[in-house]
Design a protein around this ligand. Structure first.
Ligand code: SAM
Length: 368
C-alpha cells in the first residue's frame, strides 16, 4: 500500500549529488509551502523526499500529518499503517471508510490489520470475523456480548433522535400486531410479555400507549445504558417496564421462571446471525399457544448465503441479514406451528427503505 502522492518526473533531485542541500533545508521548504497554503505542493515535495530517503521515518510521519491536514484522511491512514502496522486507530478508520464506500478488499485488509493491532477487543473481533466471512466464506454466527454492550452504551443518548431521522416504525409494527392478537382473542389484555432487545423502551411505550394491552412487561437488553432509559420510562405515571434484565436473549429466556404469553423483538434479532438458539429458547419460555413477534433485516433472494444451509450473513453494517425461508424453516423446527414471515421495512438507510421482514410465530396449544 502506498500513499497517493504525485512525483514530478522533471523535479529536482531531493538531495543533490554534491550534497549542497541538506534534508533540513528541504524540510524547511516543505514547511514554508504548507504555511503559505500551498499544501498540495508541500505534499508532492515531501513525497519525493520520503522516496529518496526511505530510511528516515520522520519524513513519512510528516507526510502523514500533511495528508491529514489536507483532508486526505484515507491516504494518511494508508501511509500510517505502512509505517506502523500496530496503529489500531488508522486501521479502524480505514475499516470504517471501507464500510461506507463498500470497498470489500479494503474492508478485509483493514479489519484483519485492525484485529492484529488490537487483539481481544470484541468490536474489532466482530468486524474481523465479517472480513473472514467475505474472504473465506466462514460462518460468523454472532458477535460477542461485549460488542453489543459497547455499541449501544455509546449510542444510548443519541439513539431515539437518530432513529426518528431514519423513519423507524418497529414499535408501531409491534403494537399493531399485538393489538391484532388481542382483537382476535389470541392474547389476553393482561398477558405477560418480554421485550427482547428493548433498548430505550420505545416498544414498551408504544404497547402501553397504542394497544388495549396492560399486562406485565420485562425489558431485556445487553446494554446497561439503553436499559437505564427503558427503566426510567413511564406511561400514565407508572413504569412502562415492570422489570428489566441486563442479559443476552438466550440467557434470559433460559432462566425466565414462568411461561410467557408473548415475546416481542423489534430490530433486535438483527444482531444475531444464527437465530436457532434464540428460537429454541423462545419456544421453551413461552406457554403453549404463546406468540413470537419480531422484525428482521431481509437477505435478498439470490444472495449467496440464502443458497447455503446457513440462511444468514453479517453485513458490512455489523448487523445480520436473514433469509425468510430459512427463518420459517427454523421456527418450525423449534416447535412453532403457525409461522408467517413477510417483507416489511421498518426504517430507511440513506433515502431507501431498508429491506426487512416481520415474523409472527405461534406455539401449538398442546404438545404435539
Ligand atoms: C436497534 S436496538 C432496538 C431497540 C428497541 N427494540 C426498539 O425497537 O427501539 C437493538 C437493541 O438490541 C439489543 N441487543 C442486541 N443483541 C442482543 C442480545 N443478544 N441480547 C440482548 N440484547 C441485545 C441492543 O443492546 C439494543 O439495545
Amino acid at each position: 500500500m502506498t500513499a497517493t502522492t504525485t512525483t514530478r518526473a522533471t523535479a529536482t533531485p531531493v538531495v543533490a549529488a554534491d550534497g549542497r542541500r541538506t534534508l533540513r533545508s528541504w524540510h524547511d521548504e516543505v514547511r514554508a509551502l504548507h504555511a503559505a497554503g500551498r499544501t498540495g505542493e508541500a505534499i508532492d515535495l515531501l513525497g519525493r523526499l520520503t522516496e529518496a530517503v526511505p530510511s528516515e521515518p520522520r519524513l513519512r510521519h510528516g507526510l502523514v500529518a500533511l495528508l491529514r491536514a489536507d483532508g486526505r484522511a484515507v491516504d494518511a491512514d494508508r501511509l500510517a499503517v505502512e509505517l506502523d502496522p500496530n496503529d489500531a486507530g488508522a486501521w479502524c478508520r480505514l475499516s470504517r471508510h471501507a464500510r461506507c464506500t463498500q470497498d470489500l478488499d479494503l474492508f478485509v485488509e483493514a479489519s484483519l490489520g485492525w484485529e492484529a493491532a488490537r487483539p481481544g477487543d470484541p468490536t474489532v473481533a466482530h468486524f474481523a470475523a465479517i472480513a473472514r466471512q467475505i474472504r473465506d466464506g466462514h460462518t460468523h454466527a454472532r458477535p460477542e456480548a461485549g460488542y453489543i454492550a459497547e455499541l449501544f452504551d455509546h449510542y444510548a443518548d443519541r439513539f431515539e433522535g437518530h432513529l426518528a431521522k431514519l423513519g423507524y416504525r418497529g414499535p408501531d409494527v409491534m403494537a399493531d400486531l399485538v393489538a391484532d392478537l388481542i382483537g382476535d382473542g389470541e392474547l389476553r389484555a393482561d398477558s405477560t410479555l418480554a421485550d427482547l432487545g428493548c433498548g430505550t423502551g420505545l416498544v414498551g411505550d408504544r404497547l402501553r400507549d397504542a394497544t388495549p394491552w396492560n399486562g406485565h412487561l420485562t425489558g431485556v437488553d445487553l446494554s446497561p445504558r439503553m436499559l437505564d432509559h427503558a427503566a426510567a420510562r413511564t406511561f400514565d405515571s407508572r413504569p412502562v417496564y415492570d422489570a428489566v434484565a441486563e442479559a443476552d436473549f438466550v440467557d434470559y429466556l433460559d432462566t425466565v421462571p414462568t411461561g410467557l404469553d408473548a415475546v416481542v423483538a423489534a430490530d433486535a434479532f438483527i444482531y444475531v446471525g444464527d437465530l436457532r438458539p434464540v428460537f429454541a429458547a423462545t419456544a421453551r419460555a413461552l406457554r403453549p399457544g404463546g406468540w413470537l413477534v419480531a422484525t428482521l433485516e431481509r437477505l435478498a433472494p439470490g444472495d449467496t448465503a440464502a443458497t447455503t444451509a446457513n440462511g444468514f450473513r453479517a453485513d458490512l453494517s455489523g448487523r445480520y441479514l436473514h433469509d425468510d425461508d430459512w427463518v420459517e424453516r427454523e421456527l418450525l423446527t423449534a416447535g412453532f406451528d403457525v409461522v408467517v414471515v413477510e417483507p416489511m421495512s421498518v426504517r430507511r438507510e440513506g433515502h431507501r427503505p431498508t429491506p426487512g421482514s416481520v415474523v409472527v410465530a405461534h406455539l401449538p396449544r398442546h404438545a404435539p
